[in-house]
Write a protein of this length. Structure first.
Length: 179
């Protein structure tokens, strides 16, 4: 199961494109409303999360995913975010974040010396991460993405890590994605 942690102000493309790629890879996803059942995106699109933070049971977790965007500050100081990242770290699950959200991973000490990429506006919040100038970075079980433009590549990388490159390539072909 991939747990997508949603906060108000998340970047629409950074949630929807990876979610679409995961769906095409037949990877189960649960959208967790960090701040409540109803979540409003950066574009003002109101969506209902599958579950709230109070309902999460990470026992089937394969990955925790944080979409970025201007709402990234809403991840800080939320107990469910700390709980999700701690569970994923302790249980060898993947942790994925895109755009500004990798700064949350840095703040929680998860990017110490790791290759990572992020939106340039949060470079100064990346601590001692080894910043890379690329769309998507994978360093062990940590996957980071640069921003909205990387959303499909990021989603395909999530699929490749969870279900293999052959599955990701099948999806690429199916969506007519030229790499």
């Amino acid at each position: 199961m991939v747990y997508v942690l949603l906060v108000d102000g998340y970047e629409d493309t950074e949630m929807i494109a990876p979610l679409d790629m995961l769906s095409r890879g037949n990877i189960p996803v649960t959208r967790v409303g960090v701040m409540g059942k109803t979540v409003t995106s950066k574009l003002g699109i109101v969506t209902e999360a599958d579950i709230t933070a109070d309902e999460v049971d990470f026992s089937d977790c394969e990955m925790v995913f944080l979409p970025g965007g201007p709402g990234t500050q809403n991840y800080y100081e939320k107990p469910i975010v700390d709980q999700a990242l701690a569970y994923a770290s302790a249980n060898d699950c993947y942790i994925a974040a895109i755009c500004a959200a990798p700064s949350v991973l840095a703040a929680k000490g998860l990017l110490h010396g790791k290759k990572a990429c992020c939106h340039y506006t949060v470079n100064d919040k990346m601590g001692d991460a080894n910043l890379q100038n690329q769309l998507v970075c994978v360093d062990g079980k940590i996957i980071t993405g640069r921003g909205a433009a990387a959303s499909i590549d990021f989603g395909l990388t999530l699929v490749a890590e969870l279900r293999g490159q052959e599955t990701a390539d099948r999806i690429k072909h199916g969506i007519c994605y030229a790499d």
